[in-house]
Write a protein that binds this ligand. Sequence first.
Ligand code: ADP
Ligand code: MG
Length: 704
Amino acid sequence: MLQYLYMSAPVKIQYLKGIGPAKAKLFERLEIATVQDLLRYYPRTYQDRRLGMPPNEYNSDALIVFKGRVLRTQQIPARSVLIFKAVLENEKGEQVECTWFKKRMYRAFRFDPFGQLKKDFCINNEVWVIGRKNDRGAMFATQLTVEEAYVAADALTSLHAGRLTPIYALTEGLTNKQFRQFMYEALQSDTLVNTPEILPKNLLQKRQLLSAPQALKAIHFPNSLAELTTARARLAYEEFLLLATAWGIKRTQTKILSKDYSYEIKKNLLTPFREQLGFEFTNSQKKVINEIFKDLTSPRPMNRLLQGDVGSGKTVVALCAMLLAVENGYQAALMAPTEILAEQHFLTFKRMLKGLPVKVAILTSSTKAAAKKKILQDLADGNIDILVGTHAVIQDGVQFHNLRLAVIDEQHRFGVKQRSKLKEKTAKLDLLTMTATPIPRTLALAFYGDLDVSTLSELPPGRQPILTECATSKLAYDRVRSEVEKGRQAYIVFPLIEQSEKISAKAVTEEFEKLKKVFPQFRLAVLHGQMSQAEKEKIMADFAAHQTDILVATPVIEVGIDVKNATVMVIENAERFGLASLHQLRGRVGRGEHESYCVLVPQHAGSVAKERVDIICATRDGFKIGERDMQLRGPGEILGTRQSGELEFKAGDIFKDRDILYWAIEDRDEMLAADPSLSAPEHAAFKRKLQELYQENWHLIDLS
Ligand code: ADP
Ligand code: MG
């Protein structure tokens, strides 16, 4: 035991060679505190830096990797920039001319910005260069703008050049070159050798998986694509098996739990609610409501996933469940991912519950202190029946009188962690999770176990298909104009820039100013994530009340927004959005009786971007779109360029790695059947890892 502890003891990152306390701070920003964390910081992508075609056969702007000897060099003094050039030649006699530019900011005349370069690039030295082809006066040799250069004889050059080279998502102050060198250090260290093998031996053999150290080595510095694939398979399998097992254990434990409260279907709220709703439930909604009521009235806690495409009407289903709780004198809570969405749900509930004796309140991070205090008091006293809020708010420090039902809206797939804190509030709780980015039913059933998934399979009647087209801005604006003239409303959405709401807010505000000139006759408003909650609410409320015609926005409106009179969705720079996001955005229109349009305006359409746009134009089914989204990623994006927030897995991808996922599910089932509490010695390391990952977060798993 002692030995085991010693082996897996965390090693602080600052003890790695070359990293001191200052550098360690930068690593902290990447959530890397230990060498173990570093080893698990997988590349964002890989660059193929093996030698390829002769340099003159590449298109301009292509990445070229070249190895050769220095024939001649030259420094060119110019007014504002300093230029250094070198001509290289390889064994085949192919030549490239490399250019470096430096701003003339080094006034100190002794300092030569090209000093190191001149040392590395002395005549006849053998070097590697990685750069982009440019077209500047290419008379004799192919011209390269150099991004990285290495002396061939240097010991570490093979980390950076002549191979599949890892590229990491980093923070300012760290370069990929440094990072690769640190990673190399970590891979040489005892920490790697001592990485405990958490997978049971029989499974490693059965699935022919690499050992943990082998896989970690290969994921960072693969010798071939095939090796990378096997490394990733091992790491993905491990992630899947851990989560699948967590779910598996949770399910058996939930099954034997029983609630110390019960529901009775009284209908003193449900019936008047239904009568004043103004529409009939679809058959699919009726079926799902029945499933939920059956869960609620059964003696064990509900843990149901409700999946349904955009616009399938999940909200009223949730509201029915909450009303059943309220009828029985209990409280219910609904958690939404954004404040705008929470606000919208709140308004919807108030409207739908008009005249009924149900008290609804909203709590978000921008609720004023005094109001918040009152809400918290009322919640504790039981004066509030339904609380709507954002995930963060409801989780932190809210005391309920008798919360029995929690609904989580727009949850990303497979989420585990967010449920946790809520569970602390009350030992047993009925939980309904809703998602519009569904996974295929068979997969969900296998993963979560049976019984727990409901699917809304039809849209409410009268919905017309949304006409989706790809067009220039000008044509898109014509569409906006003609619809607004008919009395409809429109959204114009711009992408997030560098995942930063701040920069995006600035960009969208600039576009908004331009658009005001394009549509001087209409009422425009702008919405982005940097606005105060009050501003956002006002803008959404104005748009919903048709006080404005066109809403210019960042993707903050991506999920859930529901304004029936809006019939045009223009998506600018459409190639920057993933398929799932495009589908969600498109789902913001076509929610009423009017014919609706989604116009995609691509800017730099590369081939994948184009394919994505083609798919979204041709496909309406959210399930299919989700799958295609994953398949589209090419070999350069082996670990995916996923949108943040969706990163449930670091190595695995539930769509691309479907086979591995099924392995994990099958193996989980066998393992738990044979050893339900994982107490056999061969499961000890795996169990410890599970505890480490989920114990803290997810109290219903009892692995003691
Ligand atoms: P989502 O499943 O995407 O969350 P919503 O719950 O927001 O969808 O519902 C979309 C719209 O459809 C809402 O305006 C809602 O009031 C309406 N709706 C829901 N169910 C029905 C129904 N059975 N008939 C007509 N309209 C419905
Ligand atoms: Mg919704």
